[in-house]
Design a protein around this ligand. Structure first.
Ligand code: FES
Length: 114
């Protein structure tokens, strides 16, 4: 387990930040289990999390352009557009989904189930 991981009632969780530290239109990238990095996005008030690795050619997906109203991110490497709710690409060249993670917001804290 990494420094920011905990186990709560049998579920592994990662502490991300307080919800006020991730305003609409912003992303925070955190370390997940087994060296995976995870992008946590605020899509106009809805928090969503995906693997920070494009399924096409391992591009740094969470560093791409976020469209907060559409809940999509564009891979900075070759431009595939990913749906943050499902992890599925909406445009080529990527055609496989990336992992998504449940986000828990409680007492102003954002946590991920991993
Ligand atoms: S690495 Fe993301 S579209 Fe190619």
């Amino acid at each position: 387990m990494t420094e920011n991981e905990k186990e709560i009632q049998g579920t592994r969780v990662i502490e991300v930040c307080s919800s006020s530290d991730l305003p609409p239109g912003e992303v925070k990238i955190v370390d997940g289990p087994d060296g995976v990095r995870i992008g946590v996005f605020n899509c106009d008030g809805k928090f969503l999390a995906i693997e920070d690795r494009c399924s096409h050619d391992d591009g740094p997906l969470a560093e791409g352009t976020l469209d907060a109203s559409a809940c999509t991110v564009e891979c900075p490497r070759h431009g595939s557009l990913f749906d943050l709710e499902t992890g599925r690409p909406k445009t080529l060249p990527a055609y496989e989904a990336v992992l998504t993670y449940p986000v828990i917001v409680e007492d102003d804290k954002i946590r991920l189930e991993v």
